[in-house]
Write a protein of this length. Structure first.
Length: 256
């Protein structure tokens, strides 16, 4: 944990900033961002992009799980995009409330869907077994939304020419009550499971790996032995699509 006098650029990438860090004492260097995610997998993937970042995590008085409630009849793609934007709004408010130096904020959320049915994080082991039973022997979708908020002072000039690879269709959107703009995208992949026996499902659930995972599994863990096919982004299935994330960062000049 850095002291208030520690230059921000010298703090370890995966280290969370103190809640009461002084904006006057800490200056955000160019290319630095905040990651508003508790997922170790997202931290690992963002580190692979070579982006300097610090964690911007909710405190105990923030009900982050409440943001993930599914609305009646909500389609999976609309759901994951809406939830990610809500998390982004909460993170930007958190940044300003703590008086931290302004810098871009990155959020992401992943959901699993079969048809229009959404499989979020299991409530308990029994719920995890139910989810896996519904996914076994079939192909399902994994949707990961990525959203980036950029302070007004860091937005690219409207007339600035950008490389073709950075031109994505998603327009900038306003974050309610905040200066700056947000931009987001959704990555969709497909995963096929072999037909798992009740004993195999029970064994996997007992490993504890399904807990806290959308769809009750982790593609990079023991669940991989039951995966017969993947179409799309492996990193997106893990929780942070590397290509789509890098495109957003290039779009605002944070990556070359």
């Amino acid at each position: 944990m850095p002291s208030k006098s520690t230059p921000l650029g010298r703090v370890r990438r995966s280290q969370a900033l103190p809640v009461q860090a002084s904006a006057a004492a800490l200056g955000a260097p160019p290319g630095f961002i905040y990651l508003a995610s508790q997922s170790p997998r997202r931290r690992q993937l963002l580190e692979q992009l070579g982006v300097a970042f610090e964690l911007l995590l909710p405190t105990d008085d923030e009900d982050a799980e409440a943001l993930e409630a599914v609305l009646p009849g909500e389609a999976p793609a609309r759901y994951v995009k809406r939830v990610t934007r809500l998390k982004l709004e909460a993170a930007v408010a958190r940044l300003e409330r703590r008086g931290l130096p302004l810098a871009p904020v990155l959020c992401s959320d992943t959901t699993v869907a079969r048809g229009r049915q959404i499989f979020g994080k299991p409530l308990d082991d029994r719920d995890a077994a139910r989810m896996l039973g519904a996914l076994t022997g079939a192909t399902h979708r994994v949707l990961t939304a990525v959203a980036l908020w950029v302070p007004a002072s860091s937005l690219p000039h409207p007339g600035k020419a950008l490389p073709t690879s950075t031109r994505i269709r998603a327009p900038f959107f306003a974050v309610p009550g905040r200066a700056g703009r947000g931009i987001d995208t959704v990555c969709e992949s497909r995963v096929t499971f072999e037909r798992m026996s009740p004993a195999q499902i029970a064994r996997y659930v007992a490993s504890g790996e399904p807990r806290g995972k959308a769809g009750a599994y982790a593609i990079q863990g023991q669940a991989a032995m039951h995966v017969t096919g993947i179409h799309g982004s492996y990193s997106g299935i893990m929780g942070l699509p590397m290509h789509e994330t890098s495109v957003l960062l290039r779009r605002v000049g944070l990556l070359p």
